[in-house]
Design a protein around this ligand. Structure first.
Ligand code: BJ8
Length: 386
């Protein structure tokens, strides 16, 4: 087992150190590595195949210029960054990946995966888009079996039901630990900045064993609880912000950090950095493949249509986290989140009566001044309302 880091590393530290860990896992422990891009990936199957998984989502401008040689300019920055880093051999995690597991989520990603298949063995799961249909669940169940076969054939292993059940159990424990960490944000005032919380969640994807992830998440949660009791309890809370929309790793400095620099606190995430992707467990009492199919089809990303669960989740999180304002982040050219923006604003502002700021942005810093002005005005308005 690798040495446990003494504390939770920052995202950039974890990303840098993770590269050495993954090299050792491959070269010394003989582990296979699977690159993944999305919360819909049933990672338990990868673990059950004896492999480790690593997120390959691009979160910086690096790679975008390279990607534009192959993909249209008007693609979302997450897709361009991910592909650009892969095709230019600039991402060590892509380099060490033996196989990519991806899904037909948005149009941009699924067409990008066709090109990625030229670089590495790429297994694309056919994700159905209407989660309420019985036929969707049947299709998604058959995709679980197809992934099992692909992993078995790629790595020359057999995935037993026992292996899979053990992987499901371990991942459920991690999800529960992650949700308990997110729920620190329910404390008022919260003892953690949203910028750091997002950093912890992102950094945890560069810890490659479930036991280590679990131990560090629990340790950080206990530190935060002690900090709350000693330094925060009974004090006034700054305006409490919920983030919704696209993944924010590539814009965290100019959005999350800026919100907190200007005096508010990001306490909740209704996106892929938050409990949306963690709170539902995989049912350990039924057939493991059926349980995986049901659980993963229940994720309320905007690639689903219709997607009523997102609004239900927003309503319950706004109440549970005592939210004063919502900031919606849409990455340029992300059609699914952009199209849901109208309904999200209507629901949050008109139905729930909560102010909402909608931001459309990309990974460049060119609009950071303009965003700072808009965020500042929004927070000032929230402060007046408190
Ligand atoms: S489950 S949010 S990780 S699809 S931002 S690439 S949707 S054009 S990242 Fe996502 Fe899975 Fe959904 Fe989460 Fe396309 Fe939009 Fe870009 Fe996106």
């Amino acid at each position: 087992m690798q040495d446990l880091p003494k504390r939770f590393e920052t995202y950039s530290e974890a990303r840098r150190n993770g590269f050495l860990k993954i090299r050792d896992l491959k070269e010394q422990a003989g582990k296979h590595v699977v690159g993944v891009f999305c919360s819909y990936t049933p990672v338990e199957l990868i673990t059950a195949a004896g492999a480790v998984y690593v997120s390959l989502c691009g979160s910086s401008e690096d790679g975008i210029a390279e990607a534009e040689k192959y993909l249209p300019n008007n693609y979302c920055p997450l897709i361009k960054s991910s592909y650009g880093l892969a095709v230019s051999d600039s991402c060590p995690y892509f380099y060490f990946s033996d196989m990519i597991v991806a899904e037909t989520t948005c149009d941009g990603k699924k067409k990008m995966y066709e090109l990625m298949g030229r670089l590495k063995p790429t297994h694309v799961m056919a994700l159905p888009h209407n989660p309420s249909l019985e036929s969707s669940e049947n299709l998604w169940l058959s995709e679980m079996y197809r992934l099992k076969e692909a992993l078995e054939s790629q790595f020359n292993v057999v995935i037993t039901d026992e292996d899979l059940k053990a992987a499901i159990h371990q991942k459920n424990l991690e999800r529960q630990a992650m949700v308990k960490l997110y729920e620190i944000g329910k404390l008022k005032p919260s003892p953690i900045r949203g910028y750091e919380l997002n950093d912890i969640v992102s950094a945890s994807s560069f810890i490659f064993t479930g036991e280590q992830r679990l131990a560090l998440l629990e340790e950080r949660r206990q530190q935060l609880m002690s900090d709350y009791e000693a330094n925060y309890k009974g004090k006034a809370s700054p305006p409490r912000i919920l983030i919704t929309g696209c993944p924010v790793n590539g814009v965290s400095d100019k959005v999350l950090k800026e919100i907190e620099l200007q005096g508010a606190n990001v306490v909740a995430f209704e996106n892929c950095s938050g409990p949306r992707t963690q709170s539902d467990l995989v049912d350990e009492t039924i057939d493991p493949y059926k349980a995986l199919a049901q659980r993963y089809l229940g994720i309320s990303c905007s690639v689903m249509s219709p997607n009523p669960k997102r609004l239900e989740t927003l309503a319950s999180m706004i109440e549970e986290y005592q939210i004063d304002g919502v900031v919606e982040v849409v990455l340029h050219c992300c059609h699914t989140f952009a199209a849901e923006s109208f309904g999200v604003k209507e629901f949050v502002r008109d139905k729930l009566g909560i102010p909402i700021l909608s931001i459309t942005t990309d990974y460049s810093m060119g609009d950071s001044g303009q965003l700072a002005t808009r965020i500042g005005a929004f927070i000032e308005m929230l402060q007046l309302n408190l």
